[in-house]
Design a protein around this ligand. Structure first.
Ligand code: NDP
Ligand code: GDP
Length: 351
C-alpha cells in the first residue's frame, strides 16, 4: 500500500486530497497543528476523520516535520500547509515568510535528510503571477508577486525547483489558480458570498459587505484540482504545471450569479466597504492549463456557473438545517462577524 503525507490536512485541499487518496487505496497521514480548539470539521464533514492518521507538526518547527516524515514513512508528500490567505499576509507579513516561504525549505530539508526518494508536491499559486500582464498565464510566463503571500510562495516555488535540480528530488510545483468549494475558508470572497447570501435568504442577515468588485479570478472546483496534484507525482519526470479553468470572472459577476440563484437582487444587499480593499491587489488572473491537459490528461469539468450553484446551494441547505436545530461539523456558526475584526493594514486610512 502506498503512503502519503499531507501537510495541512485540516484545510480545504488537504481534506479533499485525503478523500481522493483514500479512494485510491493509499494510507493517508496528515499533519495538524495544536490549537486550543480542535479543527477537524472538514475531515468530519467528508466522513473520513476515522480513516486518516494524524501527526502533530508546525511549519515553523523543523524537528516536528522531520518527525512527521519519519513517522509516516511516505512515498509522496503533498505540502499544502501554509498561511494561505492573501489578506492575512498583509497583516502578518513576517509570518507569511516564516510559514509559507521557509516552511517549504524545512519540508524539503526533512525529505532530503530522511529519504530523498520521496516525491514532493508544492502548492504553488497563480498569485505568483500577480501584476503580470501575460494572459492567459502559462508556466513560462513572468512572475510579479503583489503580496507578502505571493512573494513567500514564489520563494517556495524556487526552492522546490532548486531541490529538484540540485538534489534530484522528484519535486513538482502545481501552480493552481483559485479553487473553491463548500469547504473553502469563510474569509475568501466566494465562500463569503455564498455564506452571506444563505443568511440573507433565510432572514438572518440583511447585507453583504465586500471590497474590490472589479477584480477577476479564474475559479475552479477544489475536488477536481486535488486530482491534478496526484497526477503530477505519478509522471516519469518531475515538472511544474498550471492548473486553471481558462475563464476569468469578476467578483461582481460572482455575486450577481450567486444572488440570482437565491432569487435575490444583489444590488439590494451588496455594499462596498473600504475595509475589504487590499493595500495592493491583483486585478486579473486567468490561466492556461494546456500543458496539464496534454501531459497529465487533466481537464476541469466544473466551470464558473456550476461552481457558484454548488456553493450557494450547499450553504443555503446548511443554514436551513441549522435553523431546524440540526448540529453537524461546519465552520460558519462559529465564525466572528468581520465587524469585530480590527486590522490597521486594512481598516485605517493612510495619510
Ligand atoms: P487552507 O487555508 O484551507 O488550509 C491551509 C492549511 O495549512 C490548514 O490545514 C492549516 O492548518 C495549515 N497551516 C497553516 N499554518 C500552519 C503552520 N504554521 N503549521 C502547520 N500547518 C499550518 O488552504 P487551501 O486548502 O485552500 O490551500 C492549500 C494550499 O494551496 C495552501 O498552501 C494554499 O496557499 C495553496 N493554494 C490554494 C489555492 C486556493 O485557491 N485554494 C490556490 C493556489 C494555492 P489549520 O487548519 O490549523 O489552520
Ligand atoms: P485571492 O485571490 O487568493 O486573494 O482570493 P480571495 O477570495 O481572498 O480574493 C479574491 C479577490 O476578491 C481579491 O481581488 C479581493 O480583493 C477581492 N475581494 C473583494 N471583496 C472581498 C472580500 O470581502 N473578501 C475577500 N477575501 N476578497 C475580496
Amino acid at each position: 500500500m502506498k503512503r502519503a503525507l499531507i501537510t495541512g490536512i485540516t484545510g480545504q485541499d488537504g481534506a479533499y486530497l485525503a478523500e481522493f487518496l483514500l479512494k485510491k487505496g493509499y494510507g493517508v497521514y496528515g499533519t495538524y497543528r495544536r490549537l486550543s480548539t480542535p479543527n477537524f470539521w472538514r475531515l468530519q464533514y467528508l466522513d473520513i476523520f476515522d480513516k486518516v492518521s494524524l501527526i502533530p507538526a508546525d511549519l515553523v518547527d523543523s524537528s516536528s516535520l522531520v518527525e512527521a516524515v519519519k513517522t509516516s514513512d511516505p512515498d509522496e508528500v503533498y505540502h499544502l500547509a501554509a498561511q494561505s490567505f492573501v489578506g492575512a499576509s498583509f497583516e502578518q507579513p513576517v509570518g507569511a515568510g516564516m510559514v509559507t516561504g521557509l516552511g517549504v525549505t524545512r519540508m524539503l530539508e526533512a525529505i532530503r535528510q530522511v529519504n530523498p526518494e520521496i516525491r514532493f508536491y508544492q502548492a504553488a499559486t497563480s498569485e505568483q503571477f500577480g501584476g503580470s500582464s501575460d494572459m492567459p498565464m502559462r508556466e513560462e510566463d513572468a512572475f510579479k508577486p503583489a503580496s507578502p503571500y505571493a512573494a513567500a510562495k514564489l520563494y517556495g516555488y524556487w526552492l522546490t525547483r532548486i531541490y529538484r535540480g540540485g538534489y534530484k528530488i522528484f519535486a513538482c510545483n502545481g501552480i493552481l489558480f483559485n479553487h473553491e468549494s463548500p469547504l473553502r475558508g469563510l474569509e475568501f470572497v466566494t465562500r463569503k458570498i455564498s455564506n452571506g447570501i444563505a443568511k440573507i435568504a433565510l432572514g438572518i442577515e440583511k447585507e453583504l459587505r465586500l471590497g474590490n468588485l472589479e477584480a477577476k479570478r479564474d475559479w475552479g472546483y477544489a475536488p477536481e484540482y486535488v486530482e491534478s496534484m496526484w497526477l503530477m507525482l505519478q509522471q516519469r519526470e518531475p515538472d511544474d504545471y498550471v492548473i486553471a479553468t481558462g475563464e476569468a470572472h469578476s467578483i461582481k459577476e460572482f455575486a450577481e450569479k450567486a444572488f440570482e440563484i437565491a432569487e435575490l437582487d444583489w444590488r439590494d444587499h451588496v455594499k462596498t466597504d473600504k475595509k475589504f480593499f487590499r493595500p495592493l491587489d491583483v486585478n486579473y488572473l486567468q490561466g492556461d492549463s494546456a500543458k496539464a491537459e496534454k501531459k497529465l490528461g487533466w481537464k476541469p469539468k466544473v466551470k464558473f456557473e456550476k461552481l457558484v450553484e454548488i456553493m450557494v446551494n450547499e450553504d443555503m441547505q446548511r443554514w436551513a438545517r441549522w435553523q431546524k436545530g440540526e448540529r453537524f461539523p461546519w465552520d460558519a456558526p462559529n465564525y466572528p462577524s468581520e465587524d469585530k475584526i480590527l486590522s490597521r493594514t486594512l481598516t485605517l486610512e493612510r495619510a
